[in-house]
Every structure is written in structure tokens, then in C-alpha cells.
Design a binder for this molecule. Structure first.
Ligand code: HEC
Length: 198
């Protein structure tokens, strides 16, 4: 028996194009209902239940794990002058410091450290820094009653040191900023240790 309702051309025609009026195929409905059931499960599992881990938390955990792995290579950094200077000269870690700066600091110190709400970090004048190891201290503890926030509760101690190295590396770029020089001009950073000749 042939289905006489299938593949019957409709009367109308537009620009030579005609159409049938066949029912939507079963497989199409199946996919449609499958997506519906999936979305219901997804909503209940990820957004309503307590047995699942939200994707954002999984991401944070993965980032923290990754950081632990990367930091295993360098151990626990001391926020002292030698360490800050050392990481100014390690391009990979300096890049890491730059990414911390991009995430947390540019809103006040501007994209390249030239200053905005906070002072210009690319010139030789500083308000709270007289020697290089003051930088991790200011970052960890903040300044001016929180106008410069304290980061020690929000960052791994290594991150404080690595972003300090990045900040120290900005000095001397002398980018023009909206605020001009603030504070006093301080002596140059200590020179990096001379590598023994191989
Ligand atoms: C909410 C705005 C804000 C954010 C975000 C911020 N800072 Fe600051 N920062 C300031 C202000 C304001 C000062 C100046 C404090 C003062 O007047 O003594 C400052 C000062 C500093 C100083 C000392 C500069 C000097 O001249 O003594 C350093 C170093 C510094 N910030 C680094 C950072 C780093 C690194 C980050 C990101 C981890 C950061 N800041 C994020 C506002 C901010």
C-alpha cells in the first residue's frame, strides 16, 4: 500500500520552487526530545543539585592544580631583593608575572603600568618603595589604607613575588601617564648576579 499523502506537491510555487507538506520525520522529533531531556538533566544536575561541582569551581581547581605543578619547579619564593631580581631575568616567569598584572592590576595602574588610579610604575619615583624588596611588601600588604589593596589573602606568595618582579621590570620604561611622577626618585635596583662564565 502506498501512502498517497506523501510527496504531494502543494499548489503554490515561488520562483520555480515548489514544496511538499510531509510530516517532520521521526528521527527529528527524537533528537528534539533528546535535547529537551538533556537540558532538563543538565539544569537539575549542574544548577540545582549539590552532588555536582560547578564548572567554574572545576576551572578554579584545575588552575590551582596547574599552579601547584608549575610552582613545584621553583619552590617557595622569598620576597627578598635577590629573588625579585632573579625573576626579573627569567623571561618565562616574567611573562607569568605579567599575566597576574593584567588580571589584577591594570584597572588601577593601566595596561602598561603607566598609572591611572594608582601611580605610574614605569618611572623612577615611588611613594611606598625605597628598595626593590619593598615592592612585594606593598603588594602583599597594600598601601594608603587600602587605596592600594592588600593581595596576600588573594594570591599565592609566589604570585606576589613574581608580579613584583614584573613591576620592578617596568621601571625605566618611563611611559607617559596621566598622573606624572609621584613620590621620590630612588636609587637603581641592584644589578642581577653575574652568571659565572662557562
Ligand atoms: C584599586 C586600585 C588598585 C589596584 C587594583 C592595584 N593598585 Fe597598586 N596602587 C594603588 C594606589 C592608589 C597606589 C598608591 C598608594 C599610595 O598613594 O600610597 C598603589 C601603589 C602601588 C605600588 C607602590 C607604588 C609607589 O609609588 O609606591 C605598587 C608596587 C603597586 N601599587 C603594585 C600593584 C600591583 C602589582 C597590583 C596588582 C596585583 C596593584 N598594584 C593593584 C591602587 C591599586
Amino acid at each position: 500500500m502506498t501512502d498517497t499523502t506523501r510527496d504531494v506537491l502543494q499548489e503554490h510555487e515561488f520562483d520555480g520552487i515548489q514544496e511538499y507538506d510531509n510530516p517532520t520525520p521521526g528521527w527529528w522529533y527524537l533528537i528534539f526530545f533528546a535535547t529537551f531531556v538533556f537540558s532538563l538533566w543538565y539544569f537539575l544536575y549542574y544548577h540545582m543539585s549539590t552532588i555536582s561541582t560547578p564548572v567554574a569551581v572545576e576551572y578554579q581547581d584545575a588552575t590551582a592544580d596547574d599552579m601547584k605543578k608549575r610552582f613545584a619547579e621553583i619552590g617557595d619564593l622569598k620576597p627578598d631583593a635577590a629573588t625579585v631580581v632573579r625573576f626579573m631575568n627569567e623571561p618565562g616567569w616574567l611573562q607569568f608575572g605579567a599575566s597576574i598584572f593584567k588580571t589584577n592590576c591594570v584597572s588601577c595602574h593601566a595596561a602598561n603600568g603607566q598609572g591611572q588610579v594608582g601611580p605610574n610604575l614605569t618611572d623612577d619615583a615611588y611613594k611606598n618603595v625605597t628598595k626593590i624588596d619593598d615592592i612585594p611588601q606593598v603588594i602583599a600588604n597594600g598601601a594608603a589604607n587600602g587605596a592600594m589593596p592588600a593581595w596576600k589573602t588573594r594570591m599565592h606568595p609566589n604570585e606576589v613575588v613574581l608580579v613584583a618582579s614584573y613591576v620592578a621590570s617596568l621601571r625605566g620604561k618611563n611611559l607617559p601617564g596621566p598622573r606624572g611622577a609621584e613620590g621620590t626618585v630612588i636609587p637603581p635596583w641592584p644589578a642581577p648576579p653575574v652568571e659565572p662564565k662557562k
